[in-house]
Design a protein around this ligand. Sequence first.
Ligand code: MG
Ligand code: MG
Ligand code: MG
Length: 306
Amino acid sequence: MNEVKIFGHKNPDTDTILSSLILEGLEKTLGVYNVKAYRLGNINKETKYALDYFGVKEPELLEEIEEGTPVMMVDHNEFSQSVKGIENAKIIRVVDHHKIANFETHEPLFYLAMPVGCTATILREMFKVSGIQIDKITAGLMLSAIISDTLLLKSPTCTPKDIEVANELASIAEVDLNTYGLELLKAGTDLSDFTPEQLINIDSKPFTTNGVKYQVAQVNTASIEEVMKGKAEIENAMNSFMQSNSVDLFVFMITDIIENNSQIIVLGKTEIAEKAFNIKLENNTAYLEGVVSRKKQVVPNIDKAI
Ligand code: MG
Ligand code: MG
Ligand code: MG
C-alpha cells in the first residue's frame, strides 16, 4: 500500500509532533499500514527539548499532499489548520481532543475523539486496547506531550485520566514528573530570539464561526511584563497578519505558566472579545485571571460571543 502520512496541525506544538511519532510507532507495530510521521512546520524549543532528551529525531517537513493521499490526522481536525490539499486526501484515521469543525470526508473512517487534555492520552488508550506495551522512549514522548498540553497538569483541560496516565508514564520513562515537567515547560519560554512576526506564529490557529474569521495565538512565558515590552511591535505584526489573511479578529495570549494567568492583546473586532470575556480592553489589552486554555476558555467564549 501507498505510504500513509501521519501529521498534526500547522505551527506544530509538542503534542502535535510527538503524537504523530507515537502513532507512527503504534501503526508500525500493528503492521496494517505503511506509515510515516511528518511535521507541517518548524518545531518549537519545547518540542526540541523533549526530542533531544529522549534521543528521537524530528519528523520530516510536509508542505502539501496530492489528491487521494492516504493520511492520519492527530491533534486537529479543522482543515484550515491542516496540510495544503487535505480536502482531497483519503483520511483513514483522526485521533484528536479538539472541537470538531470545518471537517468532512468522502469515505468512512476511524475517528477517535476524547475530551481529555492531550492527544497522547488517547494514544495511550489505543496502546492499551491493542495490548501493546509502552517502551521507555514512547512513554517519555507521551508524558512530554501531556505536560505541554496541560501545563504540567494545571490547565482546566486536564482530566483525571491525564493525571493517571502522566504518573504511570513518568515511572515507565524513569523521570521525575515535576522536575522534568518544569524543565520542559521552561525550554518553551525562551522567546528572546524571535521577531514579532515569529512570536505571533509559534502557536497560532485560525477559526471560522458564522463567517467570522479569527486567529488565536499563544506564547508561554515566566514573565508577561517582559513580553509586553514589545507590545507595539507585536501589534504591528498582528495587523499585517490580519491584512494578508483577511482575519476579522486576532487574539494574542501571553500565558504565565508559573502563575497560570494570561494577558491578551486584541485587534480587529475587539467588541467580540470584550463580550466573550466580559471585559473592557485598555490599549487593546486585558489581563485574564486563571485563563490559560485556548480550546476551553478562549475559543468557546469567542464562538458564543459571535
Ligand atoms: Mg496541539
Ligand atoms: Mg493537543
Ligand atoms: Mg496548545
